[in-house]
Design a protein around this ligand. Sequence first.
Ligand code: DX5
Ligand code: ZN
Length: 218
Amino acid sequence: DRKIRIAPSILSADFANFGAEIRAIQDQGADWVHVDVMDGHFVPNLTFGPPAVQAFRPHVSTFMDVHLMIAPVDPHIEAYARAGADMITAHVEAGPHPHRTLQAIRAAGAKAGIAMNPGTPPEAVEYLLDLCDMVLVMTVNPGFGGQKFIHGQVDKIARLRGMIGDRPILVQVDGGIDPATAPIVAQAGADVLVAGSAVFKGGSVDQPQIYGDNIRAI
Ligand code: DX5
Ligand code: ZN
């Protein structure tokens, strides 16, 4: 009965064809487009700045879900909002003032999400929930696609669901989501499933129907 949304991560897309890849996954049934921003400091990888996100924007006809794996985060919120992010998710571990960060994201006009790394307990966001539109539970250590799902995080999803109660806050799960792990996280209470390698594997802009097969399999 609860609608589960699939948000493919373009971290696993063809880096030479983002526009075509974004259009392809949307044509093949993606609900959101998950954009993984990494700064080489908060996580050991480096991806997209605001200009890239701005270039993606005209191709996103669904919902641009920007996951900021950066620290500090506050100085960059305005730029990602201006670049066209619909949702901006910051990590609770990115600095000492996540409450202010969430206020700043909403003030910039985007929906506000808070993300937790695998080692962070759900209590860390307890006093932030009223400023959130979404909570992101990482089920891999952030930085790369194609990693193995961390099963110990499933309990955290259920506990978060309990803390949220009937508040209109989405639970997003990110990392190692595939046809085997998707039912587990959906059962535990996830609303939005991010999947990179599981969606893009085996497909290409010349064979987009494989993206559709992969999305439907999740
Ligand atoms: C990891 C990113 C995830 C990643 C998911 O730091 O936040 O969104 O791209 O990739 P898969 O689905 O391959 O684990
Ligand atoms: Zn992500």
